[in-house]
Design a protein around this ligand. Structure first.
Ligand code: ARG
Length: 266
């Protein structure tokens, strides 16, 4: 069901490609921060035009990837499961996001014991949480999140380093349907997805190469990278309204619209 959403975002004031922790990042080539900021502003405006609420967390100098708010936590039923980052470069972001939630009236906030990158690897549907592992999030965190949230968490194995987070390979269209790139998953996980979602939208490698699967749906409108043309068509055919956004600069760090967006589910 379409509904008004609450998102947390972080302005890319200190965004840069300074280190390489995924195959998209090339510190020599860098990225254009001003363009990143204007593309990010456009994404935020798109949410607001749809009637969604956007809250902001202050960016921190020295944390160039903090713009990728999706990685900051997983919030379901108002319960906040904190992130514990894989790479030391991003480690301080975990505490910064946890602090934001503690200061904004969230009472059930937990610091995770196991490595996990928040909504980068946890995608919440009506009855299930889909969880990625293979590059970042430890499967032990899947069990920890299931216990904390009291929701079934399904482990999915990612196999392609370009699609290192689940949200680069799959996105929920609504509470029951998804779109995904089968090639990003192990044989067993593909089979799991085929059984759970026989009507899924199957993306092509060409769409995924533009991080087309790093999309955000409110159940009616799908905000998606402008270059992912075939995927946009498929999603339209399913009756969704497609809103293309340009994300060329944040893609140089391996991010797209979803990476910049943490959904606060209360
Ligand atoms: N450079 C960041 C990293 O490698 C990008 C994170 C993208 N976020 C996401 N939710 N996929 O960690």
């Amino acid at each position: 069901m379409p509904q008004t959403r609450h998102y947390l975002m972080c302005r890319p004031d200190y965004f840069a490609v300074k280190y390489a922790i995924n195959p998209w990042m090339d510190p020599e080539a860098g990225a254009d921060r001003d363009l990143a900021v204007s593309q990010w502003e456009r994404l935020k405006a798109a949410y607001e035009e749809l009637g969604h609420t956007v809250s902001l967390i202050d960016p921190v100098d020295g944390l160039p990837d903090m713009v990728f708010a999706a990685n900051g936590a997983l919030v379901v039923d108002g319960n906040v499961y904190g992130a514990r980052f894989t790479h030391p470069e991003r480690a301080p972001e975990g505490a910064a996001y946890l602090r934001w939630f503690a200061e904004h009236g969230f009472h059930r906030v937990v610091e995770a014991a196991f490595t996990n990158e928040g909504e980068g690897d946890f995608l919440t549907l009506d009855d299930l949480v889909l969880a990625g592992t293979g590059f970042r999030t430890d499967p032990a965190a899947h069990r920890e999140a299931q216990e904390f949230l009291g929701r079934p968490v399904i482990t999915l194995q990612l196999v392609d380093p370009r699609y290192y987070h689940l949200d680069t390979a799959l996105f929920p269209l609504d509470g029951r349907n998804i779109a995904y790139l089968p090639e990003a998953f192990s044989t067993g996980s593909r089979e799991v997805l085929r059984r759970l979602f026989p009507d899924a939208v199957i993306a092509s490698p060409g769409d995924a190469e533009f991080l087309g699967l790093n999309a955000v749906s409110d159940g009616k409108n799908v905000i998606i990278n402008s270059e992912a043309a075939d995927l946009q068509l498929d999603v339209k055919r399913r009756g969704f309204n497609v809103i293309p956004v340009e994300m060329s600069e944040l893609r140089k760090a391996g991010g797209g619209p979803k990476c910049c967006t943490l959904e606060i589910r209360t």
